[in-house]
Structure formats: C-alpha cells, structure tokens
Write a protein that binds this ligand. Structure first.
Ligand code: SF4
Length: 348
C-alpha cells in the first residue's frame, strides 16, 4: 500500500484510521497536537506515542511540507511566496500586513477554470486542485518556518475555493480542529465567484466562517461577460443562496467589486450594487483592478472611484476601498506563477 499524506486527514478521519488499527481514538488528537501545535515533521519525535504506534504511522503515512522557490517583498510590507509542488506546478501564497493584522491569502487550485476576464489565474487555465495538505502547508510554512503570527486566513489566492470544495472544507476542518491548529472560524474567509452548490455546502458545515462574494457586476448581462460562471449560476440564485448562508450562520457577507474603467464603474452600476448590498445587508469592498499584462483592463481614475464610492455611501451602504497591496511584486492572484510559467529561467 502506498503511504498516504497524514495532513490530508481531518480529525474525525484520523480517529477512524487509528481505531481501525486498534489504537484508542484519542491518539488522533495527540497526532494533531504534534503536527499542528508543535510543527513536528518526524513521527519519531511524537514523544508521548508508544514506539510501536510511531513505527506503524511511519509505515503507513508520510508528513508533507512545501518547498519554497522564491519570495518577493513589497515596499508596503506585503510578501509573496512561491511554492514548488514538486510536479512542475507552482502556487502563490501572499502575506498581507496591515496595522495589527497579518492576513494570509491561500491558493486552492493550480490555475482556475472560471476565466473571470480581469484575472491572471483564470487567464492561464486550470491545471489541478490542491490537496488539503497543500492548502494547510501554506499556513504551516509561514507559521512554523518563518514564525509569522497570522491573524486572518482568506481563501482568495489562485483558484476558486468552492470548485475544490471537498479539499477546501477538509482544510477548514483541520484549521478549526481544537487539538490541532485551533483557528477560530470567524478568522477564516472563503471568497467565491458564485459557485452555488459550494455556498450551500459551506452553509451546511455549520461554522461561523466569513463568506465573500466576488460580484463585480450588478446585472446578469454584465456579469455574464466579466464573471462567466454567472451564466450557470445567475444573480437571482446567487442572492438566494447568500441569503440562506446569512440566515444560517448569522455572519455579515462581503461583496467584492473590482472596479474596471469603462466596464462596471458608472453610477448606474453603483445603484445596482446598492440594491443588492441592501438586500443582503452586505458590506461592499471596492477594489480598483490591477492591470495584468495582456488583458487590457485599467482601474478608473481616483476621481471616478471616489464618485462611485460616494454614491454607495449616500445609499447608506457600508463600503471600504481596498488598496491593492504589493503592486510592485505582482501580488494579484496568479500574476507571479503566470510570469514564472512564461519565463523559462526566471529568477526571483
Ligand atoms: S477571480 Fe477567482 S474565480 Fe475568477 S478566474 Fe480568478 S481565481 Fe478564478
């Protein structure tokens, strides 16, 4: 039997696995303690486990870790890490430092199949899903190897998290497990372009996770062109699924809105956005688009962004403007990995 990556197991799955080899279920909590609280990468260092059990674990499982290929640091404090997955693929993880917060932006897929027109990840196509361990290891690298004290966790890097729902939900359960990482659900945010079955599964998880919808347009006509998944899951259904999430979890929803010059930045667009935000009692996060070479989109001028924002404020919508962090290091999702693919001997 091939060895399995032990970090792909949730606590419940680990319990089941240890009981199957006639060990008490609480051993799963001990394993989680060593893996996630102590950052141990060697079964023989799990010193409160019986020797025979450590040897059995060694025989059946391995403990994975990510290997760092490069790191870029922005003048604004944002850091971008490029990890080599060992199969010729790379993923990016971004650490955003702002005031008293350290937010890690996690990737969930290599590439993305959703093709949002302004996005570098979508532009490069889809390659594969990340496993739960590849998601978790992004956090462990920053926490254990680099000793960063992370305060917030957002699934907003490369890929559409709810298109890799099984593995993302597993990763969330591992993050949230008490004997392991013990990260409060309220510090975790899942961002989706609107994959409704995934929103339903996230709702059913029963955790107080934050949900962020990448809206980017307030009509089906426009959203169909900017966020093509809208053709499958149109606004009316997306709003219904979001309402259900809010009702079940009691959390406040965030609507992400990338502002693109001449596309979705008119006052009529702002009015449409206001109607949806009011109905969902949602916060709106405006993000001037990051120009990606070859895609041809530009952010509106500062004056036009201010006008758009004021319109929402007048409508009493809670709105923030997110400054793009790490502009000088191509921190928008997929930009660095995309560049690496295009440049055979790129050094970072
Ligand atoms: S914005 Fe998100 S969902 Fe859309 S293409 Fe990019 S990674 Fe995929």
């Amino acid at each position: 039997m091939d060895k399995r990556d032990i970090k792909d197991f949730t606590l419940e799955e680990m319990k089941k696995a240890v009981v199957e080899i006639r060990e008490p279920g609480y051993r799963a909590g001990q394993i989680f303690f060593w893996l996630y609280k102590k950052g141990v990468c060697d079964f023989q260092k799990m010193s409160n486990l019986p020797q025979a059990f450590m040897s059995r674990l060694e025989q059946d499982y391995y403990i994975s870790a990510l290997s760092l290929s490069g790191k870029l640091s922005s003048s604004d404090g944002t850091e971008k890490f490029l990890f080599n997955l060992g199969d010729g693929n790379f993923i990016e993880t971004v650490l955003i430092c702002a005031r008293d917060r350290k937010t890690v932006c996690l990737s969930t897929q290599v590439g993305c199949k959703f093709g949002c027109v302004f996005c570098a990840s979508g532009h490069g196509g889809f390659i594969r899903d990340l496993s739960p361990s590849e998601i978790i290891n992004q956090i462990l690298f920053l926490k254990d190897k680099l000793k960063h004290k992370i305060t917030n966790y957002v699934f907003m890097g490369m890929g559409e998290p709810l298109n890799n729902c099984d593995n993302v939900l597993k990763a969330i359960m591992i993050m949230n497990s008490k004997p392991g990482m013990d990260i409060g659900a309220r510090r975790i945010t899942v961002s989706t372009c609107g994959v409704i079955p995934g929103i339903r599964r996230l709702t059913d998880l029963g955790l107080q996770i934050n949900l962020s919808i990448s809206l980017h347009a307030a009509t089906d006509n426009l959203r169909d062109t900017l966020v093509p998944v809208n053709r499958r899951y149109p606004l009316k259904e997306l709003i219904k699924a979001s309402e259900h999430f809010i009702k079940k979890t009691g959390r406040i929803l965030t609507l992400e809105y990338v502002l693109i010059k001449g596309k979705n930045d008119s006052l009529k667009d702002a009015d449409g956005l206001e109607v949806i935000a009011r109905r969902l009692k949602a916060k709106v996060n405006l993000i001037p688009c990051s120009p990606v070479p070859g895609l041809g989109f530009q952010p509106p001028s500062k004056k036009d962004i201010d006008i758009f924002m004021s319109r929402l404020v007048q409508g009493r919508i809670k709105v923030t403007r997110r400054e793009s962090k790490g502009k000088d290091i191509q921190a928008a999702c997929g930009q660095l990995a995309g560049r690496l693919k295009q440049t055979a001997d790129c050094e970072i």
